[in-house]
Design a protein around this ligand. Sequence first.
Ligand code: 13P
Length: 253
Amino acid sequence: MRKPFVAGNWKMNTDSHSGVELAEHIASGSLEIVGRKVTIAVCPPFIYLGPVINALRSSNIALGAQDMYFESNGAFTGEISVSMLKDIGCTYVLCGHSERRHVIGETDELINKKVAAAVSGGLLPILCVGELLAEREASQTEQVVTRQMKNGLAGLSAEKVLAVTVAYEPVWAIGTGRTATPQQAQQVHDFIRRLLAEMYDDKAAEQIRILYGGSAKPGNAAELMGQQDIDGVLVGGASLKADDFLAIIKAAV
Ligand code: 13P
């Protein structure tokens, strides 16, 4: 049985005051929700990871980073390594978020290096995949997701891949208010799970959690997570409102 997973991606939002306040609110509000039943994580901007982990100290909420660099140290101005993220208290890291792919220009090859470095350094990567609207309309969803999965996980053994969480985030549903229907999302999640079985084995397909992301909110979270292959949600906008994020966590229990 896969444990539900609700993660909040704060993106480039909050500040030192509001980030801590949001984390405190989520931490206190989630105490009554049995944390052992749901994996909960928040991914604040890099510079607020320290203050946010302090605010989460006595909670069941894990810390995640929104990105990382694959090299361990050295002359990589502006970048953050796996060991730095571990040092500050991160457990998870997003790799290949659609905004990094399509706004910043990250390639499958770079994302693969990040996933591999995260796993070998002891961070749990959340590999984000998903098609653009034009790709969906051209019936290329499965082709795009297959490429992102195969390239993103290239070189990872069947044992190491168990450290990975996959997030299916159709780009056309991100920040648009246009959610994939639970049936549309389930169809792709089922495809990704079968792909994992084909790329690895049944164990990987059964154990790896596949989250949905794209305008997830309190009103649609339960139905999305009620689908057989949707193991949780990666939440953007609604994770910036503590009450909404808490309602989504409750929907996962
Ligand atoms: P929204 O929930 O704002 O659509 O963002 C989804 C997302 O990109 C999470 O990583």
